[in-house]
Design a protein around this ligand. Structure first.
Ligand SMILES: C[S@@+](CC[C@H](N)C(=O)[O-])C[C@H]1O[C@@H](n2cnc3c(N)ncnc32)[C@H](O)[C@@H]1O
Length: 351
């Protein structure tokens, strides 16, 4: 969700992009404080978390819908891997202060996760590596203290499962990604790419090169597997509301070149189908809220705080979407389960 307008920005554009991580983390913290979502780890990644102000209801609801839908897709991915008796790996691009690794690795399907790789700019990685080192709660989930290694002058951190790596995702993947993933990524395991609010900050050619690199990496494997991907970000910014969003961000020195090719929700799956994905789907956050969040959850949320800006909420939720898809490299009889990967429409309310 968009951060408040009052935030001060430095003149450098990459600094402004890195700052979006703080905005995302503060939005998550706010949704936790207000009781929308649970996340026992986020406070350890935000300095002076207890003093941070909460966000308006609109932002909290958006954060709730976004988190719940991505959580459901990741959870089902892990469930399918478990059903197929395989472990898997997750690669999070532009991971920022995300806590997903900690939530999975303390949850019921931690045994399904073979490795979890997070990539971001060096500054963001260094900050996160220091926060992990400082926090007993975060480092305990990674393993024993001697198994946690800070490397490359603080711009990388390694542990048994979790790896935090620095790169600029706009650079050619063969020279930037390939060397740092070497030895950490297996070609034969189901692999899920997470791109939460990151591709939108780069030119479409750069994000396309990233997806291409991963597709080629798994296509050339002997043991055929599956590559899944989830993208969450803004789209449809050609309309009047989208222009306001773009102008607001522009005033903070942030541009969204990655949104340009996606004027409608129907156009979003193309980001995967053009790379030969077996299937791809997209839903706006507005559709998710209307059809996929249970009545009991909607009822529970309605008691958390008063929402005045109903129309604005709908407009904002119509400009954010979750797109997911997978490319299977395995025989059809093994891959049919993955075709069911998706969100479940909620049942009608009890009479
Ligand atoms: C809006 S934040 C999202 C963080 C996290 N994925 C989440 O959803 O909470 C965007 C993140 O992408 C990172 N990012 C953007 N462009 C990047 C690039 N070219 N290379 C590496 N990281 C990038 C930023 O530094 C930031 O941490």
């Amino acid at each position: 969700m968009l951060p408040p307008l009052s935030r001060q920005r430095g003149p450098d554009a990459d600094g402004a992009i890195r700052q979006t991580d703080t905005d995302a983390a503060l939005a998550r913290l706010s949704a936790v404080k207000k009781g929308y979502i649970e996340d026992p780890f986020i406070t350890h990644l935000i300095p002076r978390a207890q003093f941070q102000p909460t966000r308006p209801p609109l932002i909290n609801i958006g954060t709730y819908v976004r988190s719940k839908s991505i959580d459901a897709l990741v959870e089902q991915w892990l469930e399918f891997c478990e059903q197929q008796n395989t472990v898997c790996q997750i690669v999070s691009l532009g991971a920022g202060s995300d806590t997903r690794f900690w939530r999975i690795n303390t949850g019921p399907r931690s045994h399904v996760l073979k490795s979890y790789l997070e990539l971001d700019f060096p500054d963001v990685v260094t900050r996160k590596a220091m926060a992990i080192r400082k926090s007993k709660e975060l480092s305990a989930v990674l393993g024993s203290p001697e198994s946690i290694v800070v490397a490359s002058g603080g711009t990388a951190l390694h542990s048994a499962k979790y790896h935090l790596l620095s790169c600029d995702l706009r650079h050619s993947p063969s020279s930037s990604l390939a060397p740092i993933l070497d030895g950490l990524l297996s070609q034969s395991l189901p692999t899920l790419l997470l791109c939460e609010c990151v591709l939108v900050y780069m030119a479409p050619e750069s994000s396309s090169a990233l997806v291409d690199w991963f597709v080629n990496y798994f296509s050339s494997a002997q043991d055929r597997s599956i590559l899944g991907a989830i993208v969450y970000e803004m789209f449809g910014l050609q309309d009047a509301f989208g222009q306001v969003m773009l102008n607001n961000l522009q005033s903070r020195n942030v541009s969204l070149p990655g949104a340009a090719p996606y004027p409608t929700v129907e156009s979003l799956p193309e980001r995967f189908t053009r790379h030969g994905f077996t299937f791809a789907h997209a839903l706006t956050l507005s559709e998710v809220r209307e059809k996929y969040i249970s009545h009991s959850e909607l009822e529970r949320m309605s008691h958390l705080e008063l929402l005045d800006e109903v129309e604005e909420l709908n407009l904002v939720l119509k400009h954010y979407a979750i797109t997911w898809g997978a490319k299977t490299f395995m025989p059809v009889h093994k891959s049919s389960l993955w075709g069911q990967w998706g969100l479940s429409i909620r049942p009608p309310p009890a009479p």
